[in-house]
Design a protein around this ligand. Structure first.
Ligand code: GLN
Length: 287
């Protein structure tokens, strides 16, 4: 042990390592996220406790985590945690890291349904469970079901539901092969953020996404980029109540395809995200 394990020193070295890939601002934010996760320290602790000397185990662990981020791994996978909708979700490489635009989708659904209670919801392709859990905590007395094809993703979603004290009914199911609704017309809301990046877009994507996040949750074939939406829409047409809502996060490139996919529904309404891209669509099943 010695001066090399002092917080100020460790911080300076880490920011230096991360700076070339991420820039100074983000490098500083990453160092803070690692400290928060490893030590439970607040921003104030990190700034004011520069002389504190980490023990060897913690210092080694910190350097190891920073090395992984410096090599390109998303910091959320390194810490195992990601913030979403005011909550800290457990994440690993079996699930996508929750995106800020997905929080905007939750905002839209919560705003539209603010004066209702006891709604029945289904989230298709739940991944970490972020949409299902955020809705469960923000719509009064709702009943939430969520499904995913991947049992390891469901393990993450279940752990998150437990962590956030949400009672959600999880099921393993393939969107392309959804079971015939046992009871028809039972959901008030069906929501999904399915895979929507066309294979041909892969080249333009950031390497931290392509190299680390689950391709199963991201990519769709160029010849049928809305195949998951079509399958969910067909299911939703049977499984939604009259007046029930279908909500999707979408790829702005496939607005026309979505229009066709949703032609059986009423009130098809596209919305932009805060970056100005057409990122969401909602539709109503006729009464
Ligand atoms: N929005 C995510 C991204 O840009 C993709 C999410 C998805 O495919 N559903 O990486």
């Amino acid at each position: 042990m010695g001066a090399e394990n002092k917080v100020d020193h460790i911080k300076t070295i880490a920011v230096g390592l991360l700076e070339s890939r991420y820039g100074r601002r983000e490098a500083t934010w990453i160092v803070r996220a690692v400290f928060e996760d490893l030590m439970g320290w607040s921003m104030t602790d990190i700034v004011t406790r520069g002389d504190y000397e980490l023990n060897q185990y913690t210092a080694d662990k910190f350097r190891d985590m920073v090395d992984r981020v410096a090599a390109g791994e998303p910091v959320q996978y390194v810490t195992g945690h990601a913030r979403f909708y005011g909550m800290t979700f457990i994440v690993n490489r079996k699930v996508l890291i929750p995106r800020p635009e997905t929080a905007e989708l939750v905002d839209l659904i919560v705003a539209r349904n603010a004066d209702r209670s006891d709604l029945h919801l289904l989230d298709c392709g739940t991944g970490s469970g972020c949409i299902a859990i955020a809705l469960s905590r923000n719509l009064p007395f709702c009943h939430v079901e969520a499904m995913d094809i991947d049992s390891e993703a469901l393990d993450v979603a279940r752990a998150n539901a437990l962590k956030m004290s949400c009672k959600i009914n999880f099921k393993q199911a393939d969107i392309m092969n959804l079971p015939a609704a046992a009871v028809e017309s039972r959901y008030d809301i069906i929501v999904s953020n399915p895979p929507y990046i066309a294979d041909s877009e892969r080249g333009e994507m950031e390497s931290h996404v392509v190299d680390y996040e689950p391709h199963k949750a991201l990519f769709v074939p160029d010849d049928d980029p809305v195949k998951f939406y079509r399958a969910i829409a067909e299911y939703a047409f049977k499984a939604l109540t009259g007046g029930g809502q279908l909500w999707f996060e979408i790829n702005p490139l496939f607005v026309n395809e979505m229009q066709t996919t949703l032609s059986c529904f009423d009130n098809v309404n596209f919305e932009k995200d805060s970056q100005g891209a057409v990122r969401f669509v909602s539709a109503i099943k006729s009464l």
